[in-house]
Design a protein around this ligand. Structure first.
Ligand code: PLP
Length: 406
């Protein structure tokens, strides 16, 4: 069987656009988005796509057309949202280190809310808003100290993590924020981590945040929205992933009669399984201890395996007629950590096209020019149609901002 994205064979896409190539299914993006809006329909959520997962303008535009808001963590991501026609008024600005320039840009654009992560950040946003004669809509990102039971690098809700305001300090921090003349408290927020395969930490975090909401209400501080942060995990291999309907039912029950609007910031689960990385085998090399399949995609294209030891399913796009063997699938980058898969059974030969699955999230958006490699092209497929949504970078573009001076 030949693999395809919607009705377009991967082999045709690779021939037309070259490799390495990111391919996205537009209908998979739509379905994933509807998964959230349908499951949480009773709570009328504002789903704010986390742009960091994949900031391609066409992907942002597609989610905007579905009514999505956006979760951003930099001025650059806000510029992308605006360039793609996203609504600043539905955009949440997260992140621990917003610069003054970024805050000013976001205030002028009219973002929905700043999720503030520290007292110095409260002071900074107050100062920038005062200077501009504006009022900043804000919420505090509270760190509920819940173990998300995910990879330590993507766990964010523990005391030891740099994110959010400690649960024990959050009430006072809210009181402090409430005293600032140019801040308007509109929400409360938490985000405990990514690739969560168990619902219980999400529910525990929600419970803890709601306790705080009640305490704040007694003190006359009334957040209008509850932002529960990122979405659920996805299947890369054979993980059990949380059921969105069960998550929605649990959140609805916990919110009860409180008058809180719900905001969600899913990233991975909206794009992860809508994307595939296509890569061509350059060589099959027999090492002394191992076999290596050397592909034209490398860690600069897909960093997750090198960064977190992440697993991506890899298979040949077309039958090759060769016997399967066990090999590490590696790129041409000069690092031992440059691998896409380890110890995989695969039937392929030089020239074979491989599909690296679940590569829609934290993949193209993490790509770099390491080893002076051009970043890959990206294609969106819808039915029988394919559109180039990012051209393959050129060496000239890589060097455009540099000067060779003595
Ligand atoms: N919101 C914030 C503040 C994040 O840091 C992240 C990513 O870690 C997300 C949302 C998106 O998380 P996910 O991709 O797991 O849905």
């Amino acid at each position: 069987m030949n693999l395809s994205c919607e009705q377009v064979p991967y082999s045709r896409l690779a021939e037309e656009f070259g490799t390495p190539l990111y391919v996205y299914s537009q209908s998979a993006l739509t379905e994933a988005f509807k998964g959230y809006t349908d499951a949480f329909a009773a709570l009328e959520p504002l789903v704010c796509y986390a742009v960091k997962a994949n900031g391609n303008l066409s992907i942002i535009k597609h989610f905007a057309s579905l009514g999505s808001g956006f979760d951003i963590v930099s001025g650059g991501e806000l510029a992308r949202v605006l360039a793609a026609g996203g609504d600043a008024g539905k955009t949440i600005f997260s992140g621990v280190g917003k610069s003054e320039a970024e805050i000013e840009f976001a205030l002028n654009a009219g973002v929905k809310c700043f999720n503030m992560e520290s007292i110095p950040e409260i002071d900074r946003i107050q100062a920038v808003a005062a200077r501009l004669g504006k009022t900043a809509p804000v919420s505090l990102r509270v760190n509920p100290d819940v173990d998300a039971k995910t990879h330590p690098y993507i766990s964010t809700g523990l005391k030891a993590n740099k994110f959010g305001i400690a649960y024990a300090d959050a009430f006072q921090a809210y009181q402090y924020a409430a005293q600032q003349p140019n801040l308007n408290i509109v929400g409360i927020d938490c985000h405990i981590g990514s690739q969560l395969t168990d619902l219980s930490p999400l529910i525990e975090a929600c419970e803890r945040i709601l306790l705080l909401v009640d305490r704040l209400a007694e003190a006359g501080i009334m957040p209008e929205h509850l932002d529960l942060g990122g979405g659920v995990g996805i299947v890369y291999d054979n993980e059990n992933v949380p059921d969105l309907n069960a998550y929605a039912r649990a959140v609805q029950k916990l919110i009860g009669t409180r008058r809180l609007k719900l905001v969600l910031e899913p990233g991975r689960s909206l794009v992860g399984n809508a994307g595939t990385l296509l890569t061509r085998v350059e060589f099959v090399k027999q090492g002394e201890e191992k076999n290596f399949v050397i592909t034209d995609a490398a860690m600069n294209d897909l960093m997750r395996p090198a960064l977190y030891g992440a697993f991506h399913r890899i298979e040949a796009v077309e039958p090759t007629g060769t016997e399967p063997f066990t090999a590490d699938i590696v790129g041409p980058v000069c690092e031992t950590g440059d691998f896409i898969g380890k110890d995989r059974r695969i039937a392929c030969e030089a020239g074979s096209l491989l599909a690296v699955h679940s590569a829609g999230a934290y993949a193209a958006s993490m790509a770099s020019n390491y080893n002076a490699r051009n970043r890959a092209a990206e294609v969106m497929v819808s039915g029988t149609q394919s559109r180039l949504i990012r051209q393959r970078e050129t060496w000239e573009q890589q060097m455009a901002n540099e000067t060779a001076c003595l």
